[in-house]
Write a protein of this length. Sequence first.
Length: 466
Amino acid sequence: MDTVTQLSAMPTPPPRVRFAPSPTGYLHVGGARTALFNWLYARKNGGTFVLRIEDTDAARNTPQALAAIFDGLRWLGLDWDEGPEAGGDCGPYFQSQRQAIYDEYLKRLTEGGHTYTEENGAVRFRSPKEVIMLQDEIGGEIKIDRTNEPDMTIRRPDGGYIFHFVNVVDDIEMKISHVIRGEDHIFNTGKHIELFQAFGVTPPVYGHIPLILNQEDGSKMSKRSAGASVGYYIANGYLPEAVRNYLCLLGWSPKDDREVIPIDEVQRLFDRDHLNHHNARFDLEKCRWMNGEYLKLQSDADFAASAKAWLHGPQASELDPRATPEFAALKPLLSAAPLDVLLPLIKPKIKVMPEILEHLTMGLNGTVPIADDVRAKISAQPDAAAKLTSLTGHFDALVHWNREHIQDGVNLAAAELKVKPGALMFPLRVAITGQGHGVDLLPLLEILGKAETIARIRARTPLLTA
RNA sequence: GACCCUUUCGUCUAGCGGUUAGGACAUCGCCCUUUCACGGCGAGAGCACGGGUUCGAUUCCCGUAGGGGUCGCCA
């Protein structure tokens, strides 16, 4: 084996990437997508995904925000190989616990003549003030002109270190090889490269991914917009695989027109060549569609399980559909409800979990008022009451109550009235649920039982003509 | 304002010199059907503009305009 062969055959070490959020709010979908791309890169290349908590600003950190990071990442299935609650050789993974390391690195910087101290005690980094040509893995060659930039502060008068400094120190200490982060960090990267050079360390490979924009006004996605936080999707009972799949498609594409793609397939295909260079708007409607696609892939039993978990799960915030009066009214009916047979009927009718509320209400509450638009349609059928009376009679005569026999009852009533069986279905649906739409009717009647079915028809028939 | 990134249907995207510019969400129509939905079929809808380069530009280059981002002792 000659030398050239040996060199080219030398394996590149597996990449080490990180997601480094600060626990000051909630887990933003943009942040989640950054974490996702880092995770995909690590998984694709047999690398290591590190989670590091950048909690240097004590005044802004909250335990809730920290929990939201852990919960959100776990919910999305983005498991970290090193970090809080996972361990690793480069810990601690909270910056608030790494003061001694930063002190040591600051000493090195100061001994190298790279710092100076302000009168108030703040420490600044003496910038070389040069033009940096960043070789960005995603954006290509990007010029960052540092010649007229002021020296950055790296330590506050109170001794607390600033983001730029700790970010670089930790990337060195944690042997991060690739930094995949939002495009909003491009100019920070210029500062960070200066620090790497001052430490005499080769900077990592950078890849700046475009941002996710608000669906409404196209600005950087903010707290205001619905669906900006991962917590929204958890609270609304989305399937994590669906949200993750949708996030994959924001800036990445398999380039073969597929959209519903298993995550292991994404891992296999993920590549910077497939990443876009421009921002993408977040389309909640399409995300809902994606959720519906994943719902269809679920078995009835799995769906019933996740629906029940959601119905009985903790309420997350005031945006939670389970915090509404409608849900409060429904809740007492749930305990005795035949959910295992009802939910599979609902499954094909919905895209997202909160939609089951309306269907459950229709099924469980026989006294829901008749909807206005439905009332208009039903009053156009003067024989609706006669149809229902006939149906009631034939239902009452049934010995066995299942959908086949119920269909027989419908057919008999239709024959008696000399109409098509289909003509009876709309009045029947309205009498049973008060609504013009909903789950398959005959299976619903079977679940409700003969007595409840007849009782509802008798109770609502006078209301139809009122 | 300066600097950086970016520009294909309303939105997410495929396209990497020659295509009837493809797919998806959304919208609309038809079919199926017991309403709604699902499903099937179909329609409308796009290369920001102006210069080049080229036999030929959606594709390459340069401008202009639009969009986004960044200009902290926040991260």
